[in-house]
Ligand binder design. Structure first.
Ligand SMILES: *Cc1c(COP(=O)(O)O)cnc(C)c1O
Length: 216
């Protein structure tokens, strides 16, 4: 598939759904990918990546940033509170803020640093017990809690259930964002990013369709 093909499909989806060209950002999800594939995408000029694990990102991105210059890396995997400090130095955004204890930790770090990565609240739109994220019914109050801590909440993120059509989940996330005055919508992966764009995604997170199957 490759970077170029995905970029073209994003542009086509923007045009088809009346979105401004360039209004959707492509996060190239590089978790568990061999370094040569990541280097190839960097060499092609792409500068926005997503990672799931603090340790993997810490082992990869400082050196790549030295070589390729300003690269933005977003944390899209679950974040343990005891890794929040390390995450602060590594990531430009965190898409997985999902609980008060993590919000409190991030607020403390933000005070110490005088800055904070852009934050997205993860919403468990399918109410799946094994999945992270606040429940849809709790989203409004959690956003309010985070704002009361002066955290820079940019938007919402979701991962729809694998066994359901994603459109209703994208629509619900967009509705929650709208009523909370949030403009950022992190939704859509390799299999469904065009649908996510149709529902207002501002950030799509695409891994395997760019890099090929992950090596685990
Ligand atoms: C791995 C991952 C992706 C990318 O998945 P693909 O199916 O490879 O595009 C997107 N979002 C999250 C949260 C992920 O963990």
């Amino acid at each position: 598939m490759g970077l170029q093909a995905i970029a073209e499909r994003i542009t086509a989806a923007e045009v088809q759904t009346g979105r401004a060209p360039g209004s959707v950002q492509l996060i190239a999800v590089s978790k568990l990918q061999p370094l040569d594939r990541v280097e190839a995408v960097l060499t092609a000029g792409h500068r926005l990546f997503g990672e799931n694990y603090v340790q993997e990102a810490a082992g990869k991105w400082p050196a790549l940033r030295d070589r390729f210059g300003a690269v933005k890396v977003h944390m899209i995997g679950p974040l343990q509170t005891n890794k929040a400090k390390a995450a602060f130095g590594l990531f430009d955004a965190i898409h997985t803020l999902d609980r008060p204890s993590l919000a409190e930790k991030l607020a403390k770090l933000a005070q110490q640093h005088g800055s904070c990565p852009a934050l997205y609240v993860q919403v468990n739109t399918g109410a799946e017990p094994q999945k992270a994220g606040v429940l849809p019914d709790d989203a409004d109050s959690f956003v309010e809690t985070c704002r009361a801590m002066d955290l820079p909440i940019r938007g919402l993120m979701c991962i729809p259930p694998e066994d359901q059509p994603p459109a209703a989940h994208f629509a619900e996330l967009a509705a929650i964002a709208e009523r909370n005055g949030l403009s950022g919508l992190s939704m859509g992966m390799s299999a469904d990013f065009e649908q996510a764009i149709a529902h207002g995604a501002t950030h799509v997170r695409v891994g395997s369709a760019i890099f090929g199957a992950r090596v685990v």
